[in-house]
Design a protein around this ligand. Structure first.
Ligand code: ATP
Ligand code: MG
Length: 415
Protein backbone atom coordinates (compact mmCIF):
# COMPACT_ATOMS: atom_id res chain seq x y z
CA UNK A 1 0.00 0.00 0.00
CA UNK A 2 1.05 3.55 -0.70
CA UNK A 3 2.58 5.49 2.12
CA UNK A 4 0.28 8.08 3.68
CA UNK A 5 2.26 10.86 5.38
CA UNK A 6 1.42 12.54 8.68
CA UNK A 7 -0.66 15.16 6.85
CA UNK A 8 -2.86 12.36 5.49
CA UNK A 9 -1.46 12.63 1.97
CA UNK A 10 -0.05 10.31 -0.64
CA UNK A 11 2.44 11.52 -3.24
CA UNK A 12 0.77 13.12 -6.24
CA UNK A 13 0.49 10.43 -8.94
CA UNK A 14 1.45 10.92 -12.60
CA UNK A 15 -2.17 10.53 -13.80
CA UNK A 16 -3.27 13.27 -11.40
CA UNK A 17 -1.08 15.83 -13.14
CA UNK A 18 -1.47 14.69 -16.73
CA UNK A 19 -2.56 17.59 -18.97
CA UNK A 20 -6.01 16.02 -19.51
CA UNK A 21 -6.63 15.62 -15.77
CA UNK A 22 -5.35 19.12 -15.11
CA UNK A 23 -7.65 20.54 -17.79
CA UNK A 24 -10.73 18.89 -16.24
CA UNK A 25 -9.80 19.85 -12.65
CA UNK A 26 -8.89 23.37 -13.83
CA UNK A 27 -12.25 23.86 -15.53
CA UNK A 28 -14.11 22.82 -12.37
CA UNK A 29 -11.87 24.88 -10.08
CA UNK A 30 -12.33 27.97 -12.28
CA UNK A 31 -16.02 27.87 -11.36
CA UNK A 32 -15.31 27.21 -7.70
CA UNK A 33 -16.46 23.58 -7.91
CA UNK A 34 -14.59 21.32 -5.52
CA UNK A 35 -13.54 17.96 -6.99
CA UNK A 36 -12.07 14.77 -5.60
CA UNK A 37 -11.02 11.52 -7.22
CA UNK A 38 -12.92 8.45 -6.07
CA UNK A 39 -13.49 4.80 -6.95
CA UNK A 40 -11.15 2.65 -9.03
CA UNK A 41 -8.39 5.17 -9.67
CA UNK A 42 -7.98 5.96 -5.95
CA UNK A 43 -8.23 2.33 -4.89
CA UNK A 44 -5.75 1.18 -7.53
CA UNK A 45 -3.35 4.03 -6.82
CA UNK A 46 -3.38 3.18 -3.11
CA UNK A 47 -2.58 -0.43 -4.00
CA UNK A 48 0.23 0.74 -6.27
CA UNK A 49 -1.53 -0.84 -9.19
CA UNK A 50 -1.96 0.51 -12.68
CA UNK A 51 -5.09 2.59 -12.84
CA UNK A 52 -7.75 1.74 -15.41
CA UNK A 53 -8.48 4.11 -18.26
CA UNK A 54 -11.47 5.80 -16.68
CA UNK A 55 -11.07 8.24 -13.83
CA UNK A 56 -14.02 8.87 -11.51
CA UNK A 57 -14.41 12.30 -9.98
CA UNK A 58 -16.96 13.43 -7.39
CA UNK A 59 -18.08 17.03 -6.95
CA UNK A 60 -20.75 18.91 -5.02
CA UNK A 61 -21.57 20.96 -8.15
CA UNK A 62 -24.83 19.93 -9.86
CA UNK A 63 -24.50 18.23 -13.26
CA UNK A 64 -25.73 21.21 -15.31
CA UNK A 65 -23.07 23.36 -13.67
CA UNK A 66 -20.40 20.71 -14.39
CA UNK A 67 -21.39 20.69 -18.07
CA UNK A 68 -21.33 24.47 -18.23
CA UNK A 69 -17.87 24.73 -16.62
CA UNK A 70 -16.32 22.07 -18.85
CA UNK A 71 -17.81 23.49 -22.03
CA UNK A 72 -16.59 26.94 -21.12
CA UNK A 73 -13.04 25.55 -21.33
CA UNK A 74 -13.74 23.73 -24.60
CA UNK A 75 -13.74 20.23 -23.04
CA UNK A 76 -15.95 17.67 -24.71
CA UNK A 77 -18.80 16.54 -22.42
CA UNK A 78 -21.27 13.68 -22.86
CA UNK A 79 -24.32 13.62 -20.55
CA UNK A 80 -23.94 9.87 -19.94
CA UNK A 81 -26.16 9.56 -16.87
CA UNK A 82 -27.59 12.98 -16.24
CA UNK A 83 -30.50 11.71 -14.16
CA UNK A 84 -27.98 10.13 -11.76
CA UNK A 85 -25.68 13.12 -11.83
CA UNK A 86 -23.00 11.65 -14.08
CA UNK A 87 -21.42 13.36 -17.04
CA UNK A 88 -18.39 12.14 -18.96
CA UNK A 89 -15.63 14.55 -19.90
CA UNK A 90 -13.31 13.46 -22.69
CA UNK A 91 -9.88 15.04 -22.83
CA UNK A 92 -6.29 14.33 -23.83
CA UNK A 93 -4.52 12.32 -26.50
CA UNK A 94 -5.17 9.45 -26.49
CA UNK A 95 -8.54 10.52 -25.08
CA UNK A 96 -9.19 9.75 -21.45
CA UNK A 97 -12.68 9.53 -19.96
CA UNK A 98 -13.52 11.27 -16.72
CA UNK A 99 -16.79 10.22 -15.12
CA UNK A 100 -17.83 13.21 -13.07
CA UNK A 101 -20.64 12.51 -10.62
CA UNK A 102 -22.39 14.98 -8.37
CA UNK A 103 -22.49 14.04 -4.68
CA UNK A 104 -25.80 12.29 -4.26
CA UNK A 105 -28.17 10.28 -2.14
CA UNK A 106 -30.27 7.47 -3.52
CA UNK A 107 -33.69 8.32 -2.14
CA UNK A 108 -35.70 5.53 -3.62
CA UNK A 109 -34.45 2.49 -5.46
CA UNK A 110 -36.30 0.13 -7.71
CA UNK A 111 -34.20 -2.67 -9.11
CA UNK A 112 -31.24 -1.10 -10.81
CA UNK A 113 -32.83 2.34 -11.00
CA UNK A 114 -32.92 4.95 -8.30
CA UNK A 115 -34.41 8.35 -7.65
CA UNK A 116 -31.56 10.52 -6.46
CA UNK A 117 -31.10 13.92 -4.88
CA UNK A 118 -28.00 16.06 -5.15
CA UNK A 119 -27.94 17.28 -1.58
CA UNK A 120 -25.36 14.89 -0.12
CA UNK A 121 -22.08 15.83 1.50
CA UNK A 122 -18.94 13.71 1.03
CA UNK A 123 -19.91 11.28 3.80
CA UNK A 124 -23.39 10.94 2.36
CA UNK A 125 -21.98 10.22 -1.07
CA UNK A 126 -19.66 7.58 0.41
CA UNK A 127 -22.67 5.95 2.05
CA UNK A 128 -24.40 5.28 -1.28
CA UNK A 129 -21.30 3.60 -2.81
CA UNK A 130 -20.97 -0.18 -2.87
CA UNK A 131 -17.79 -1.20 -1.02
CA UNK A 132 -15.67 0.65 1.50
CA UNK A 133 -12.57 0.34 -0.73
CA UNK A 134 -14.54 2.11 -3.49
CA UNK A 135 -15.56 5.01 -1.25
CA UNK A 136 -12.16 6.60 -0.58
CA UNK A 137 -11.77 10.17 -1.86
CA UNK A 138 -8.53 11.78 -2.97
CA UNK A 139 -7.97 15.53 -3.28
CA UNK A 140 -5.94 16.78 -6.23
CA UNK A 141 -3.08 17.49 -3.79
CA UNK A 142 -3.00 13.87 -2.59
CA UNK A 143 -5.01 14.23 0.64
CA UNK A 144 -6.91 11.03 1.38
CA UNK A 145 -10.45 11.15 2.84
CA UNK A 146 -11.79 7.90 4.19
CA UNK A 147 -15.31 8.34 5.57
CA UNK A 148 -16.27 4.65 5.80
CA UNK A 149 -13.05 2.90 6.75
CA UNK A 150 -12.01 1.79 3.29
CA UNK A 151 -8.27 2.15 3.88
CA UNK A 152 -8.12 -0.49 6.59
CA UNK A 153 -10.26 -2.85 4.50
CA UNK A 154 -8.11 -2.29 1.44
CA UNK A 155 -5.03 -2.96 3.50
CA UNK A 156 -6.51 -6.20 4.83
CA UNK A 157 -7.93 -7.01 1.37
CA UNK A 158 -11.44 -7.12 2.79
CA UNK A 159 -14.26 -6.46 0.33
CA UNK A 160 -16.85 -4.99 2.66
CA UNK A 161 -20.21 -3.49 1.80
CA UNK A 162 -20.91 0.05 2.92
CA UNK A 163 -23.80 -0.54 5.31
CA UNK A 164 -25.91 -3.66 5.58
CA UNK A 165 -25.12 -6.06 2.73
CA UNK A 166 -28.65 -7.44 2.38
CA UNK A 167 -30.16 -3.97 2.23
CA UNK A 168 -27.56 -2.75 -0.27
CA UNK A 169 -28.13 -5.74 -2.56
CA UNK A 170 -31.88 -5.23 -2.20
CA UNK A 171 -31.43 -1.70 -3.57
CA UNK A 172 -29.36 -2.86 -6.53
CA UNK A 173 -28.78 -6.55 -7.17
CA UNK A 174 -25.86 -5.82 -9.50
CA UNK A 175 -23.88 -5.25 -6.29
CA UNK A 176 -24.15 -8.97 -5.60
CA UNK A 177 -22.13 -9.79 -8.71
CA UNK A 178 -19.79 -6.85 -8.15
CA UNK A 179 -19.06 -8.30 -4.73
CA UNK A 180 -17.59 -11.51 -6.18
CA UNK A 181 -15.80 -9.58 -8.91
CA UNK A 182 -14.06 -7.40 -6.34
CA UNK A 183 -13.33 -10.48 -4.23
CA UNK A 184 -11.65 -11.98 -7.29
CA UNK A 185 -9.49 -8.91 -7.77
CA UNK A 186 -8.80 -7.78 -4.23
CA UNK A 187 -10.01 -10.36 -1.70
CA UNK A 188 -7.67 -12.14 0.68
CA UNK A 189 -9.68 -15.37 0.21
CA UNK A 190 -12.71 -16.80 1.95
CA UNK A 191 -14.74 -13.64 1.65
CA UNK A 192 -16.75 -11.73 4.22
CA UNK A 193 -19.24 -14.00 6.06
CA UNK A 194 -21.91 -11.25 6.31
CA UNK A 195 -21.62 -10.38 2.65
CA UNK A 196 -21.74 -14.02 1.61
CA UNK A 197 -24.77 -14.75 3.77
CA UNK A 198 -26.50 -11.77 2.16
CA UNK A 199 -25.58 -13.01 -1.31
CA UNK A 200 -26.93 -16.47 -0.52
CA UNK A 201 -30.19 -14.98 0.69
CA UNK A 202 -30.64 -12.68 -2.31
CA UNK A 203 -29.30 -14.82 -5.17
CA UNK A 204 -32.90 -15.44 -6.28
CA UNK A 205 -33.06 -11.75 -7.33
CA UNK A 206 -30.35 -12.19 -9.97
CA UNK A 207 -32.68 -13.12 -12.86
CA UNK A 208 -33.95 -9.53 -12.56
CA UNK A 209 -30.69 -8.34 -14.11
CA UNK A 210 -30.43 -8.10 -17.88
CA UNK A 211 -28.40 -10.86 -19.55
CA UNK A 212 -26.00 -8.20 -20.88
CA UNK A 213 -25.25 -6.99 -17.35
CA UNK A 214 -24.72 -10.51 -16.07
CA UNK A 215 -22.42 -11.25 -19.00
CA UNK A 216 -20.47 -8.05 -18.45
CA UNK A 217 -19.85 -8.83 -14.79
CA UNK A 218 -19.01 -12.46 -15.49
CA UNK A 219 -16.48 -11.48 -18.14
CA UNK A 220 -14.85 -8.90 -15.87
CA UNK A 221 -14.66 -11.52 -13.13
CA UNK A 222 -13.05 -13.99 -15.52
CA UNK A 223 -10.43 -11.37 -16.41
CA UNK A 224 -9.08 -11.32 -12.85
CA UNK A 225 -5.66 -12.96 -12.54
CA UNK A 226 -7.20 -15.90 -10.68
CA UNK A 227 -11.00 -15.93 -10.64
CA UNK A 228 -11.28 -19.50 -9.30
CA UNK A 229 -11.50 -18.76 -5.55
CA UNK A 230 -14.29 -16.21 -6.18
CA UNK A 231 -16.08 -18.66 -8.49
CA UNK A 232 -15.76 -21.28 -5.79
CA UNK A 233 -17.51 -18.96 -3.35
CA UNK A 234 -20.19 -18.23 -5.94
CA UNK A 235 -20.72 -21.95 -6.30
CA UNK A 236 -20.92 -22.53 -2.55
CA UNK A 237 -23.31 -19.58 -2.17
CA UNK A 238 -25.68 -20.81 -4.87
CA UNK A 239 -24.99 -17.82 -7.10
CA UNK A 240 -23.32 -19.64 -9.97
CA UNK A 241 -26.25 -22.02 -10.29
CA UNK A 242 -28.57 -19.06 -10.87
CA UNK A 243 -26.53 -17.13 -13.44
CA UNK A 244 -24.72 -20.00 -15.16
CA UNK A 245 -25.91 -23.50 -14.26
CA UNK A 246 -23.51 -24.99 -16.81
CA UNK A 247 -20.47 -23.76 -14.84
CA UNK A 248 -19.52 -27.14 -13.44
CA UNK A 249 -15.84 -27.35 -14.31
CA UNK A 250 -13.95 -25.17 -11.89
CA UNK A 251 -11.36 -27.95 -11.73
CA UNK A 252 -10.67 -27.66 -15.44
CA UNK A 253 -10.54 -23.87 -15.33
CA UNK A 254 -8.04 -24.06 -12.47
CA UNK A 255 -5.79 -26.36 -14.48
CA UNK A 256 -6.05 -24.19 -17.58
CA UNK A 257 -5.12 -21.04 -15.68
CA UNK A 258 -1.94 -22.81 -14.57
CA UNK A 259 -0.83 -23.36 -18.18
CA UNK A 260 -2.43 -20.60 -20.27
CA UNK A 261 -0.16 -18.11 -22.00
CA UNK A 262 -2.37 -15.08 -21.22
CA UNK A 263 -5.77 -14.39 -19.72
CA UNK A 264 -8.70 -14.66 -22.07
CA UNK A 265 -12.17 -14.49 -20.50
CA UNK A 266 -13.93 -16.36 -23.27
CA UNK A 267 -11.53 -19.29 -23.29
CA UNK A 268 -11.75 -19.36 -19.51
CA UNK A 269 -15.53 -19.48 -19.80
CA UNK A 270 -15.21 -22.40 -22.22
CA UNK A 271 -13.06 -24.23 -19.66
CA UNK A 272 -15.58 -23.50 -16.92
CA UNK A 273 -18.73 -24.76 -18.60
CA UNK A 274 -19.52 -28.42 -18.97
CA UNK A 275 -21.09 -28.53 -22.43
CA UNK A 276 -20.86 -29.72 -26.02
CA UNK A 277 -20.95 -27.38 -29.02
CA UNK A 278 -24.71 -26.91 -28.85
CA UNK A 279 -24.51 -26.27 -25.11
CA UNK A 280 -21.77 -23.68 -25.62
CA UNK A 281 -23.96 -21.96 -28.20
CA UNK A 282 -26.82 -21.99 -25.70
CA UNK A 283 -24.65 -20.32 -23.05
CA UNK A 284 -23.65 -17.64 -25.57
CA UNK A 285 -27.32 -17.15 -26.39
CA UNK A 286 -28.33 -16.94 -22.75
CA UNK A 287 -25.68 -14.28 -22.10
CA UNK A 288 -26.66 -12.31 -25.23
CA UNK A 289 -23.12 -12.39 -26.57
CA UNK A 290 -22.19 -10.61 -29.81
CA UNK A 291 -22.13 -12.74 -32.96
CA UNK A 292 -18.34 -12.88 -32.92
CA UNK A 293 -18.33 -14.19 -29.35
CA UNK A 294 -21.15 -16.63 -30.07
CA UNK A 295 -19.09 -18.10 -32.87
CA UNK A 296 -16.00 -18.29 -30.77
CA UNK A 297 -17.64 -19.92 -27.76
CA UNK A 298 -19.78 -22.21 -29.93
CA UNK A 299 -16.58 -23.53 -31.54
CA UNK A 300 -15.05 -24.50 -28.20
CA UNK A 301 -17.60 -27.04 -26.96
CA UNK A 302 -16.73 -30.75 -26.83
CA UNK A 303 -15.97 -32.97 -28.71
CA UNK A 304 -12.72 -31.32 -29.69
CA UNK A 305 -11.27 -32.02 -33.08
CA UNK A 306 -7.58 -31.92 -32.26
CA UNK A 307 -5.79 -35.18 -31.57
CA UNK A 308 -2.53 -34.20 -29.84
CA UNK A 309 -1.02 -37.61 -30.64
CA UNK A 310 -1.12 -37.03 -34.40
CA UNK A 311 1.97 -35.85 -36.27
CA UNK A 312 2.77 -32.33 -37.41
CA UNK A 313 1.34 -32.83 -40.85
CA UNK A 314 -2.03 -33.85 -39.41
CA UNK A 315 -1.83 -30.94 -36.95
CA UNK A 316 -1.36 -28.49 -39.84
CA UNK A 317 -4.43 -29.87 -41.53
CA UNK A 318 -6.51 -29.43 -38.36
CA UNK A 319 -5.02 -25.99 -37.80
CA UNK A 320 -5.97 -24.98 -41.34
CA UNK A 321 -9.53 -26.10 -40.77
CA UNK A 322 -9.97 -24.53 -37.32
CA UNK A 323 -7.96 -21.34 -37.75
CA UNK A 324 -5.13 -20.38 -35.38
CA UNK A 325 -7.27 -18.94 -32.56
CA UNK A 326 -9.65 -21.87 -32.24
CA UNK A 327 -6.80 -24.37 -32.61
CA UNK A 328 -4.83 -22.69 -29.81
CA UNK A 329 -7.87 -22.47 -27.52
CA UNK A 330 -8.80 -26.12 -28.04
CA UNK A 331 -5.20 -27.25 -27.48
CA UNK A 332 -5.28 -25.48 -24.11
CA UNK A 333 -8.67 -26.94 -23.24
CA UNK A 334 -7.46 -30.46 -24.06
CA UNK A 335 -4.31 -29.94 -22.01
CA UNK A 336 -6.45 -28.82 -19.06
CA UNK A 337 -8.89 -31.69 -19.51
CA UNK A 338 -6.62 -34.63 -20.23
CA UNK A 339 -3.20 -33.42 -19.25
CA UNK A 340 -0.41 -32.95 -21.77
CA UNK A 341 3.35 -32.68 -21.42
CA UNK A 342 4.66 -29.10 -21.31
CA UNK A 343 6.73 -29.84 -24.41
CA UNK A 344 3.82 -31.11 -26.44
CA UNK A 345 1.61 -28.18 -25.48
CA UNK A 346 4.41 -25.75 -26.33
CA UNK A 347 4.78 -27.43 -29.74
CA UNK A 348 1.09 -27.15 -30.55
CA UNK A 349 0.92 -23.52 -29.42
CA UNK A 350 4.05 -22.66 -31.42
CA UNK A 351 2.52 -24.25 -34.50
CA UNK A 352 -0.62 -22.13 -34.10
CA UNK A 353 1.45 -19.01 -33.53
CA UNK A 354 4.05 -19.41 -36.27
CA UNK A 355 2.39 -21.26 -39.08
CA UNK A 356 1.07 -19.06 -41.88
CA UNK A 357 -1.73 -20.91 -43.62
CA UNK A 358 -1.08 -21.23 -47.35
CA UNK A 359 -3.55 -19.63 -49.72
CA UNK A 360 -5.68 -22.09 -51.64
CA UNK A 361 -4.73 -21.54 -55.30
CA UNK A 362 -8.22 -21.85 -56.86
CA UNK A 363 -11.33 -19.66 -56.84
CA UNK A 364 -14.93 -20.12 -58.00
CA UNK A 365 -13.97 -18.65 -61.34
CA UNK A 366 -11.71 -21.63 -62.04
CA UNK A 367 -14.79 -23.85 -61.70
CA UNK A 368 -17.20 -21.81 -63.83
CA UNK A 369 -14.73 -21.49 -66.73
CA UNK A 370 -14.98 -25.27 -66.99
CA UNK A 371 -18.63 -24.73 -67.99
CA UNK A 372 -20.17 -25.57 -64.62
CA UNK A 373 -23.06 -23.14 -64.03
CA UNK A 374 -22.92 -20.96 -60.88
CA UNK A 375 -24.68 -22.78 -58.04
CA UNK A 376 -24.04 -25.05 -55.09
CA UNK A 377 -21.99 -27.53 -57.13
CA UNK A 378 -19.28 -24.90 -57.63
CA UNK A 379 -18.77 -24.65 -53.87
CA UNK A 380 -18.84 -28.42 -53.45
CA UNK A 381 -16.20 -28.95 -56.11
CA UNK A 382 -13.95 -26.25 -54.70
CA UNK A 383 -14.28 -27.71 -51.22
CA UNK A 384 -13.44 -31.20 -52.49
CA UNK A 385 -10.26 -29.94 -54.16
CA UNK A 386 -9.36 -27.92 -51.09
CA UNK A 387 -9.71 -30.99 -48.85
CA UNK A 388 -7.51 -32.95 -51.23
CA UNK A 389 -4.94 -30.13 -51.25
CA UNK A 390 -4.93 -29.96 -47.42
CA UNK A 391 -4.66 -33.74 -47.14
CA UNK A 392 -1.53 -33.50 -49.31
CA UNK A 393 -0.01 -31.09 -46.80
CA UNK A 394 -0.77 -28.09 -49.05
CA UNK A 395 1.95 -29.05 -51.52
CA UNK A 396 -0.11 -29.14 -54.73
CA UNK A 397 0.38 -25.97 -56.76
CA UNK A 398 -2.22 -24.23 -58.90
CA UNK A 399 -1.66 -26.47 -61.90
CA UNK A 400 -2.00 -29.61 -59.81
CA UNK A 401 -5.15 -28.28 -58.16
CA UNK A 402 -6.63 -27.42 -61.57
CA UNK A 403 -5.90 -30.95 -62.76
CA UNK A 404 -7.63 -32.37 -59.68
CA UNK A 405 -10.58 -30.06 -60.28
CA UNK A 406 -10.93 -31.21 -63.89
CA UNK A 407 -10.75 -34.83 -62.80
CA UNK A 408 -13.47 -34.36 -60.17
CA UNK A 409 -15.73 -32.25 -62.38
CA UNK A 410 -15.62 -34.92 -65.07
CA UNK A 411 -16.98 -37.45 -62.58
CA UNK A 412 -20.59 -36.37 -61.91
CA UNK A 413 -20.91 -38.49 -58.75
CA UNK A 414 -17.84 -36.99 -57.07
CA UNK A 415 -19.21 -33.58 -56.17
P1 ATP B 1 -13.15 -0.66 -12.12
O1 ATP B 1 -11.69 -0.72 -11.93
O2 ATP B 1 -13.77 -1.99 -12.40
O3 ATP B 1 -13.63 0.43 -13.06
P2 ATP B 1 -14.47 0.97 -10.17
O4 ATP B 1 -14.47 0.89 -8.68
O5 ATP B 1 -13.95 2.22 -10.78
O6 ATP B 1 -13.71 -0.32 -10.67
P3 ATP B 1 -16.90 1.49 -11.58
O7 ATP B 1 -17.90 0.52 -12.07
O8 ATP B 1 -16.10 2.24 -12.58
O9 ATP B 1 -15.95 0.68 -10.61
O10 ATP B 1 -17.67 2.49 -10.61
C1 ATP B 1 -17.04 3.63 -10.06
C2 ATP B 1 -17.47 3.82 -8.60
O11 ATP B 1 -18.89 4.03 -8.54
C3 ATP B 1 -17.22 2.62 -7.72
O12 ATP B 1 -15.92 2.64 -7.21
C4 ATP B 1 -18.27 2.80 -6.64
O13 ATP B 1 -17.87 3.76 -5.71
C5 ATP B 1 -19.43 3.35 -7.41
N1 ATP B 1 -20.36 2.32 -7.91
C6 ATP B 1 -20.36 1.73 -9.13
N2 ATP B 1 -21.37 0.86 -9.27
C7 ATP B 1 -22.05 0.90 -8.12
C8 ATP B 1 -23.24 0.25 -7.64
N3 ATP B 1 -23.89 -0.64 -8.39
N4 ATP B 1 -23.65 0.56 -6.39
C9 ATP B 1 -23.00 1.47 -5.62
N5 ATP B 1 -21.90 2.11 -6.02
C10 ATP B 1 -21.42 1.85 -7.24
MG1 MG C 1 -14.00 2.70 -12.89
Amino acid sequence: MKHIDDKGRIAVQPWMVEPATQAVLGALAAGGAEARFVGGSVRDALLEGRIEDDIDIATPAPPERVIELLEKKGIKVVPTGLAHGTVTAIAGTPPRHFEITTLRRDVETYGRRARVTFDADWAGDAARRDFTMNAIFLDPDGTVHDPVGGLADLHARRVRFVGDPTARIGEDVLRLLRYYRFEARFGAGGGDPRARAACRATAYLLPGLSPERIAQELVKLLEAPDPVPALQMMQEDGVLAVILPQAGRLDRLRRMIAIEPGTDPLRRLAALIDVDGAGAAAVAERLHFSNAWRNRLGGLGAPWSIDPRQDTRAQRRTLYRLGAERYRDIALLIAAEEGMSDDRLAQLLALARDWTPPVFPLTGHDVTVLGIPPGPRVGRLLKAVQDWWAAGDFRADRAACLAQLEKLSATPASA
